[in-house]
Write a protein that binds this ligand. Structure first.
Ligand code: ADP
Length: 219
């Protein structure tokens, strides 16, 4: 088997670029992206999630820990996760962090934790202008990184979608949830003796991925 890459954990507020960076790691290291937000949205779309989940998401609050923990636990058992995976949006609470530790015990994967740091005032325009391709996952921004043809994905011409929770009042709730529930989890990792690599989320995405990949390659 090829060398393990590790359990890569990306922290950062909504809009910091976790999804964008996760996709670069996937390309570069050949390990899967495990995005709880994408998994939950897929279940809501397919009608397999509890109806309450969609309402919780649309308010910008976090869905119950037990459910997310179960989704992630199932996903990490898949064979494509053996060499590692990029967690994007998980863990987000202390109970999720504890559950993750349990899942990782004994599988021998090193944990690599990154914190993408950026001020809230930069995030609102990024999120309100965000458009995503439902087919390939490409992310655009109507202000900073627009598609070549309005509302169409550059790669596959699929009509772009705006997430229901990318409205300003919901974004404020998501930022609050991040400060209250998720930021303390980074401290929890530090207290466990895990190094947390800080990345400057205001830099161009390509510079951030350069730093991230260098750290992963050197580790
Ligand atoms: P963002 O990080 O930009 O807010 P995500 O796509 O990661 O976007 O998450 C969108 C929403 O999905 C969150 O606001 C929350 O309701 C739900 N969610 C995603 N991951 C988790 C998680 N680990 N725990 C609880 N809720 C989650």
């Amino acid at each position: 088997m090829q060398k393990p890459v590790g359990a890569i954990v990306l922290f950062g507020p909504p809009g910091a670029g976790k999804g964008t960076q996760a996709r670069v790691v996937v390309q570069r290291f050949g390990i899967p992206q495990v995005s709880t937000g994408d998994m939950i949205r897929a279940q809501v779309k397919a009608g397999t999630a509890a109806t309450a989940a969609a309402a919780i998401m649309q308010r910008g609050e976090l869905v119950p820990d037990e459910w997310v923990n179960q989704l992630v636990e199932e996903r990490l058992k898949q064979p494509d996760c053996r060499r590692g995976f990029v967690l994007d949006g998980y863990p987000r609470t202390a109970r999720q962090a504890q559950a993750l530790q349990g899942m990782l015990e004994g599988n021998g994967l090193p944990i690599r934790t990154f914190d993408i740091r950026i001020g809230h005032h930069e995030l609102i325009p990024r999120l309100t202008g965000r458009q995503c391709c439902p087919r390939c996952g490409a992310i655009y921004n109507v202000h900073g990184n627009p598609p070549k043809r309005p509302n169409l994905c550059d790669r596959d011409q699929t009509p772009l979608e705006t997430r229901a929770d990318d409205r300003e009042e919901v974004i404020r709730e998501r930022l609050l949830a991040y400060e209250r529930q998720t930021r303390p989890v980074i401290e929890f990792f530090r207290q466990q003796g895990q190094p947390v690599y800080e990345l400057d989320g205001t830099l161009p995405a390509s510079e951030i991925s350069g730093q991230l990949c260098r750290i992963l390659s050197a580790a």
